[in-house]
Design a protein around this ligand. Structure first.
Ligand SMILES: [Zn+2]
Length: 477
C-alpha cells in the first residue's frame, strides 16, 4: 500500500522529466552541432518492434522518408540473442537468453544481478559492436514503476542516442534502442506507438540537419504479439511426469529449464534419452503449441496436441512428414508446391521454395527456423524447445512480480516472430529474413565509432539494487 502511494507520487516527476528533457536537449544539441552536409548512413535497431505497428504508423503518415517496410522474419525462438546474431553475423551467444544453462559447468549462469552490474551483459557480446547501446542498468529501470518507467527510460535512451550520433563522425553509425521491447512488453501498443512517433520526429530532424544527405535504415530483431498473457505451468507438468526440474543435471531424471524474460518459448536441457518423453509431456501442458527435439542428425520431431510431424533436412533442403494431425498445417501448401514442381522425388524442397510457400502462413518459413533453433546462434543448445500458443508465456518468477505483460515474443507464430526492416535508400521486398539484413544494410561496413555508453551505468545504485534483488530472488526461487 505504501509502495503504491510512493509510486503514484513519483508519476508526475517521471512525466515531467520525460516531457521536458527531450526538447531541451534537442535545442542544446542543435545549437552545439549545427548542420552538416556530409553523406552518412545511420542504422537504428529497435528491439521488439512488430511489423504491424510500423505498418500502422506508416499508414498515418509517419516515417515518410522511408520506402515501404518489409516484414522481418526472425529466428526460432524469436528472441534477441539469436535474432541479432543472425542479423549481424556475430559470434554465437552462450545462451538463448542472458540467463542460460552452461553444459560444461552444469549450472545456470547469467543472472539479473549480472545485468544490473552492467559489464557481462554487454562486454564481449554482439551488443558491444553497436556504436550506441544504452547502459545495462538503465534498461533494467524500465521494470520499476512499469509502464511509466519504461516510457521515461525509452525517451532517455533516445536522447542519449541522438547525442552519441551527433558526437560521432563515423560514416556508418549503428544504434541499438532496447527500450522499445520493454515498452511493448510492459505498456503494449499505445505507448510503443507514441514513442515511435517521437523517434520519427527525431529521425526527421537528423535528416534535415544533414541537408537531406543522411540515409537511414531501421530494423527490429523480432515481433511482439499484443494481448493478455497467462503463465504456463510447465514445471508442474514436468515434475508430475516423474522428471525433476532443477538447477543442474544431477541424475537421470533431471531437467533444467532456464527462466529469464517473460517469453513465448522455453529451452529445456536433459539427458538425450529423455528428449522424446520430455517433449511429449511438455506438448500436453495447457498453453503449449508444440514441443520439438532432434532425434538424429538432420531430423527434428515435432509433437503437439494436434498431432505429430517429422522434419528432415538435407543441406539447405527441407522435408515435412505428417505423422498424424498435420500439426503445422502444411499439407495443403505441400500439395501446391508439388503442383509447381518444387518438391523432389524424396519429398524435399529448397529453403527459398519453403520461404515463398509459407510467407502468408501462420508459421512463416517454419522448417529452417526449427532446425536453426537447435543448430545455430547459440553455444549451449537445448535438448527440447517448447513453443507456446499466443497468449501464453513462461519466464522469470522475479519479473512476474513487477510486470504484467501486455505483449511478448519467442514462439514460432507470426505476431511474435515478425519484426520489420525499412530504408530511405532502397526498396526492400515484402519480407526479408534476418540472415539477409547484414548484406542488405551493409552492416559489416560498420567501423565502431567507439562504444558510447550513457552515464547511467556509473550510478552507484546499480550494484546496490543488484544486491537487493539477489536477496529477493533467492526468496522467490
Ligand atoms: Zn523482449
Amino acid at each position: 500500500m505504501k509502495a503504491k502511494k510512493w509510486r503514484q507520487a513519483l508519476l508526475p516527476v517521471y512525466l515531467l522529466i520525460c516531457c521536458s528533457y527531450l526538447p531541451i536537449q534537442s535545442w542544446l544539441d542543435k545549437a552545439a552541432y549545427g548542420s552538416s552536409s556530409t553523406s552518412r548512413r545511420l542504422v537504428i535497431v529497435l528491439d521488439g518492434v512488430p511489423f504491424k505497428t510500423i505498418a500502422d504508423l506508416r499508414a498515418e503518415g509517419r516515417f515518410h522518408h522511408f520506402n515501404q517496410p518489409a516484414r522481418m522474419i526472425s529466428t526460432f525462438p524469436s528472441l534477441t540473442n539469436a535474432a541479432m546474431i543472425e542479423i549481424l553475423h556475430a559470434e554465437d551467444s552462450p545462451g538463448y537468453e542472458d540467463h542460460y544453462f552452461d553444459r560444461e559447468h552444469n549450472r545456470l549462469l547469467g543472472t539479473i544481478q549480472d545485468r544490473l552490474n552492467g559489464g557481462k551483459f554487454i562486454r564481449g557480446t554482439f551488443r558491444e559492436t553497436f556504436d550506441y547501446h544504452a547502459s545495462a542498468f538503465k534498461g533494467s529501470l524500465a521494470y520499476v514503476a512499469a509502464p511509466v518507467g519504461a516510457i521515461v527510460v525509452a525517451h532517455l535512451d533516445l536522447a542519449a542516442f541522438r547525442k552519441a550520433f551527433r558526437n560521432s563522425n563515423a560514416p556508418l553509425f549503428v544504434a541499438y534502442i532496447g527500450e522499445t521491447d520493454s515498452l511493448a512488453h510492459l505498456g503494449g501498443e499505445r505507448p510503443l506507438k507514441s514513442f515511435l512517433r517521437t523517434l520519427d520526429r527525431a529521425v526527421e530532424e537528423l535528416i534535415a540537419e544533414s541537408n537531406e544527405q543522411l540515409e537511414v535504415e531501421m530494423l527490429s530483431d523480432h515481433g511482439n504479439n499484443y494481448g493478455d498473457y497467462t503463465q504456463v505451468k510447465l514445471n508442474d507438468a514436468i515434475n508430475a511426469a516423474g522428471f525433476k526440474a532443477e538447477k543442474s543435471l544431477k541424475d537421470a531424471n533431471s531437467v533444467v529449464l532456464p527462466k529469464h524474460g517473460l517469453v513465448g518459448a522455453s529451452e529445456l536441457f536433459t539427458a538425450p534419452e529423455n528428449r522424446a518423453r520430455l517433449a511429449e509431456v511438455c506438448a500436453r501442458a495447457k498453453g503449449v503449441d508444440f514441443a520439438v527435439y532432434e532425434s538424429g542428425a538432420g531430423v527434428v520431431e515435432l509433437i503437439s496436441k494436434r498431432g505429430r510431424a517429422r522434419v528432415s533436412r538435407d543441406g539447405e533442403r527441407y522435408k515435412y512428414e505428417d505423422a498424424g494431425g498435420d500439426p503445422l498445417g502444411l499439407l495443403p501448401i505441400i500439395e501446391e508446391m508439388k503442383a509447381r514442381g518444387a518438391v523432389d522425388a524424396n519429398g524435399f524442397a529448397s529453403r527459398e521454395d519453403w520461404l515463398r510457400a509459407t510467407i502468408d502462413h501462420r508459421y512463416v518459413d517454419p522448417l529452417r527456423r526449427l532446425f536453426d533453433g537447435f543448430n545455430k546462434h547459440v553455444k549451449n543448445r537445448a535438448d527440447v524447445i517448447v513453443s507456446y500458443e499466443d497468449g501464453y508465456l513462461l519466464g522469470s518468477p522475479f519479473l512476474s512480480v513487477f510486470a504484467r505483460m501486455r505483449a511478448t515474443h519467442g514462439n514460432l507464430l507470426r505476431g511474435e516472430t515478425e519484426g520489420f526492416a525499412m530504408s530511405t535508400r532502397q526498396e526492400l521486398s515484402a519480407a526479408v529474413c534476418g540472415y539477409e539484413l547484414n548484406r542488405l544494410f551493409a552492416l559489416d561496413q560498420r567501423v565502431k565509432a567507439g562504444s558510447y555508453f550513457s552515464g547511467g551505468g556509473h550510478c552507484q545504485s546499480g550494484p546496490a539494487l543488484a544486491k537487493m534483488i539477489a536477496g529477493r530472488q533467492s526468496a522467490i526461487d
